[in-house]
Design a protein around this ligand. Structure first.
Ligand code: G3P
Length: 214
């Protein structure tokens, strides 16, 4: 399973890249707004340090506007993936981008039926938001299970990108179900490292090492 980081913060991205486990980056308008920088500045910074797929979202909601913004974003760097919302215009734009050879990430997916639409339109990635489903008492991971099964049934090439991830068990469950990608906030990536027995074990090794004759 590929690991993407879900942030527009360049320092957090650099840290994950330095660990050697960052396969790509996903952003959205809210994450860009948090940086306090212009979208152009954020794009430039991220493109400089990331070689894997970088999802950059359009903010237009009509087909023509999405096409104009998406084509401009795709020109920035070869690895840019245009993120479009799962609306009628978004699905139409996804098909058009696919036909033009532009990669897409269809976002704001909350059902397996919506994921089918994205696959039919030739999306490169589908982003089901599992945390937001959990927030409204729906089992987010259930749709990952459904989508992975449905895509396999018909050999769709759209990759399942698990988004709106809130804790390490979301990552583990996504991997267990065979999702292609999990995009996670840096805090979740950080938590994946943690285990008290690792800390205790390391402290004991170092303590015992002190008694080894030098
Ligand atoms: O990038 C989309 C998604 O990961 C957002 O997550 O935590 O705002 O629901 P969240």
């Amino acid at each position: 399973m590929k690991f993407f980081v879900d942030t527009a913060d360049i320092n957090q991205i650099k840290e994950a890249v330095a660990w050697g486990i960052c396969d790509g980056v996903t952003t959205n308008p809210s994450l860009v707004a948090k940086t306090g920088k212009s979208f152009d500045a954020v794009i430039e910074e991220i493109c400089e340090v990331v070689d894997g797929p970088i999802s950059l979202e359009v903010t237009a909601t009509d087909f023509d506007g999405m096409m104009e913004q998406g084509r401009a974003l795709a020109k920035t760097k070869d690895n840019v993936v245009v993120k479009v919302p799962l609306t009628k215009d978004g699905i139409r734009a996804t098909r058009a981008f696919t036909d033009e050879g532009i990669k897409t990430n269809v976002t704001l997916c909350f059902s397996a039926g919506q994921a089918l639409l994205a696959a039919k339109a030739g999306a490169s990635y589908i982003s089901p938001f599992i945390g937001r489903l959990d927030d409204v008492s729906n089992e987010g991971m259930a749709i990952i299970d459904d989508i992975v099964t449905i895509y396999r049934n018909y050999e769709f090439t759209t990759e399942v990108l698990v988004a709106s991830v809130r804790h390490p068990m979301h990552v583990v469950e996504a991997a267990r179900l065979g999702a292609d990608v999990c995009t996670m906030p840096p805090a979740v990536l950080d938590k994946l490292f943690k285990h008290p027995l690792t800390d205790i074990g390391l402290a004991r090794f170092l303590k015992d090492w002190e008694s080894v004759p030098k």
